[in-house]
Design a protein around this ligand. Structure first.
Ligand SMILES: C[S@@+](CC[C@H](N)C(=O)[O-])C[C@H]1O[C@@H](n2cnc3c(N)ncnc32)[C@H](O)[C@@H]1O
Length: 232
């Protein structure tokens, strides 16, 4: 664990715009981001994880997977990728019949025609240009199955807080990203969860293609009443 914090901090300093965080996500944020997998269908599923870093979400996702499931992982940073590969027991996954594939690549290079039941994104949208955010969100929706769920997170208060200390161009960039993300959330988010035990505190957002308020078909008949999900 100490090793993942050390690597994260050094990559935060060396590659801020792609790392976007000072430390890995907390176990509570990982639990929140993987929450939709609790209501996975019984059939084999396909999952895409983007921006895995040192694997906070990966290990949580793997707890939900069974024989026949597919997990594709995209991680841009070669140091995180190497760390991640070493931290996952791939022999055990093969033994369990889980098809896990690691890609040391930008998610924008995704060419597979596959549709995913769950997409879990750890990307720091507020560190990117709004054009990049749009491109990536488009890729997510293109590869999300009709009943699929996309989970991603953003840090609470980041745009408001940062904008007070920034140069005008940087503030404009943040506003553009906030608009892009805001439009997306309005269209596709059906629920979200705040996680205060994370550095910094974060909000896990859950999105799907179906209209807001409608459950995806594999969730029909399964109540979300016992889930901590609430729309905000
Ligand atoms: C905020 S960190 C999150 C890491 C991990 N999911 C966590 O929560 O601790 C963002 C990660 O996304 C990766 N990343 C950034 N841009 C990417 C891209 N275009 N494609 C794939 N990975 C990317 C970074 O290298 C970094 O590991």
């Amino acid at each position: 664990m100490f090793e993942s914090y050390r690597l994260f901090y050094s990559e935060f300093r060396n590659n801020f715009t792609t790392t976007g965080a000072i430390v890995p996500s907390s176990p509570l944020l990982a639990k929140a981001i993987a929450l939709p997998l609790l209501q996975r269908p019984a059939r084999p599923i396909a999952v895409l994880e983007v921006g895995a870093g040192t694997g906070s979400f990966t290990h949580r996702i793997l707890k939900h997977l069974r024989a026949g499931d597919i997990l594709d992982i995209y991680e841009l940073n070669p140091k995180f990728y190497t760390f991640l590969i070493k931290s996952v027991n791939r022999d055990k996954l093969i033994e369990k019949g889980i098809h896990c594939k690691f890609h040391n690549a930008d998610i924008r290079s995704l060419r597979k025609k596959i549709q995913y039941d769950f997409i879990i994104s750890g990307l720091p949208f507020y560190a990117f240009e709004s054009q990049t955010v749009s491109e990536i969100l488009e890729i997510y929706m293109e590869h999300l199955s009709p009943a699929g769920v996309l989970s991603y997170f953003e840090y609470i208060l980041t745009p408001e807080f940062k904008s007070k200390f920034l140069s005008p161009p940087e503030r404009d960039r943040l506003i553009r990203v906030a608009n892009t993300v805001g439009n997306f959330v309005q269209k596709y988010q059906y629920s979200c969860n705040e996680v205060w035990l994370n550095l910094p505190p974060a909000k896990a957002r859950y999105c799907r293609k179906t209209a807001a308020g409608m459950a995806p078909s594999h969730l029909k008949g399964r109540s979300l009443a016992h889930s901590p999900l609430t729309k905000r």
